[in-house]
Ligand binder design. Structure first.
Ligand code: ZN
Ligand code: ZN
Ligand code: ZN
Length: 453
């Protein structure tokens, strides 16, 4: 009986062991391991990347590239092994907690998350923070229910064209009243006599007054011609038109646009003085001199048009109001605004007043061969930040860079001593910021502090 009793006990114990083993065998992979099973997508910058993931399944993983391996979990720690040629190599280790898998792989930390384990912001109710303008993108801010905000930029606003048209020989355009850019550029559409949009005459203006002068003609006045747009002909009575006489268009207050042909060599004193409605001037490439006060009181000028920058740089301007740029501020070469100027190799002196008032100019390269920089040459170039000056310059004339209020960098292609030896006339750098002159062997500040390499 004792044996039988003992035997029965053994059977019960064995049965219990069997049941526990069976329960464990089912519970371990399905229950305990199961809480980590699932797909962990790469998650960064608040976004899931569905193309990159680890799919964990009962100690084995696979990914989007078809790679596979095993992993071990101990508490929050996870170690990932990759199966390479049949054997397991340690690939990464990290943590696995609350549906977020953080792995350190080759020194970089990568985050993977189960869908739903992380909060994905949903930004709504976008409100404008700064409205867009045509030259600057505005911003708007969105808010997530969790309180997080996000700022993003808005598209540029449309330009606001002024009503009147600017024009040169080839095309017309409008000026944006906000940013000053030339917009809506288009070739003229000539009807019978005028461009139907801007009014440019299809033909050169007839009826102007001329006076014969040697082998050419001088324009002396408006004659029977009517404005507001004047295109001076290149020829009159079989001879070239070579100059605009003194006071030829003085006080022509109906004039809005004037085109001077390449045949013209000189523009006389006060030729366009007090043309208060003049907005656009096209200067031909033959002009070499412009007399005193030629554009004085042309205060509505907005654009000067040229087709040859070197030719512009060779003009002798008698004084500041001899240049239409004084009021216009914007110089256009073949319809594109000139913002960077590199003086061509054949230029040996920078003429007086050449870019005075050119407020769109940002950089100037004065290369070798140039020996002097003219009086007022860049005065009030209010956007000019960078100037390169060649080693041959020996003279910088009066007020050359006066009121270049943002001039920061002058790069001089000679030594500090050579820079200091350049003759600089009075007020040449007055009203500029504290710029730095970078020479080949050191720097010089505006106020003369020398640092040698
Ligand atoms: Zn949120
Ligand atoms: Zn604009
Ligand atoms: Zn037109």
């Amino acid at each position: 009986m004792l044996w039988v009793k003992g035997h029965k006990k053994l059977v019960i114990i064995l049965s219990l062991v069997l049941v526990v083993a069976l329960v464990l065998a089912i519970a371990l992979p399905v229950g305990l391991a199961n809480k980590d099973n699932g797909t962990y997508y790469a998650y960064s910058f608040e976004q899931f990347n569905e193309n990159e993931y680890y799919k964990l399944d009962g100690g084995k993983w696979t990914n989007a590239s078809g790679e596979k391996g095993t992993y071990e979990i101990s508490g929050d720690k996870i170690t990932i092994y990759q199966e390479i040629f049949g054997s397991n190599m340690k690939l990464a280790s990290g943590t696995l907690k609350d549906g977020i898998l953080t792995l350190s792989i080759g020194g970089a930390e990568m985050k993977y998350a189960m869908k739903g384990a992380v909060h994905v912001h949903e930004y709504e109710e976008w409100t404008v923070v700064t409205p867009s303008m045509c030259m600057r993108q505005g911003t708007e801010q969105g808010k997530c229910k969790c309180g997080e905000t996000k700022t993003r930029s808005l598209p540029l606003a449309e330009h606001k064209p002024k009503n009147e048209w600017g024009m040169d020989e080839e095309q017309h355009w409008q000026i944006c009243s906000v940013c000053g850019q030339a917009i809506n550029k288009k070739a003229h559409t000539f009807g019978e006599d005028f461009c139907s949009l801007c009014g440019l005459p299809a033909k050169e203006t007839t009826g102007l007054e001329f006076r014969e002068d040697g082998d050419g003609y001088i324009v002396t006045g408006l004659g029977s011609a009517t404005g507001p747009i004047i295109r001076i002909p290149a020829q009159y009575d079989g001879l070239p038109v070579t100059s605009i006489g003194n006071k030829a268009f003085y006080n022509c207050d109906g004039l809005t646009s004037i085109t001077i042909p390449d045949s013209v060599i000189s523009i006389g004193e006060e030729a366009f003085s007090s043309c208060g409605k003049l907005t656009s001037v096209t200067i031909g490439s033959g002009v070499t001199s412009i007399g005193e006060r030629a554009f004085r009181d042309c205060s509505n000028l907005t654009s000067v048009h040229i087709t040859d920058l070197s030719a512009w740089c060779r003009i002798d301007f008698a004084e500041c109001s001899a240049s239409p740029l004084l009021y216009a501020h914007h110089l256009f070469l073949d319809g594109t605004e000139v913002t960077k100027v590199t003086f061509s190799a054949d230029i040996t002196e920078i003429k007086d007043y050449v870019f005075r008032g050119g407020s769109a100019l940002t950089s100037v390269v004065i290369g070798q061969n140039v020996t002097s920089i003219g009086n007022n040459a860049f005065r009030r170039c209010s956007a000019l930040t960078d100037v390169i000056i060649g080693r041959d310059v020996t003279l910088i004339k009066e007020e050359a860079f006066y009121e270049c209020s943002v001039l920061k960098n002058i790069t001089y292609q000679g030594t500090v001593d050579e820079w200091l030896a350049i003759e600089k006339e009075k007020k040449w750098d007055r009203d500029t910021v504290n710029y730095t002159v970078t020479c080949t062997d050191g720097t010089v500040s505006k106020y003369g502090t020398v640092t040698r390499k």
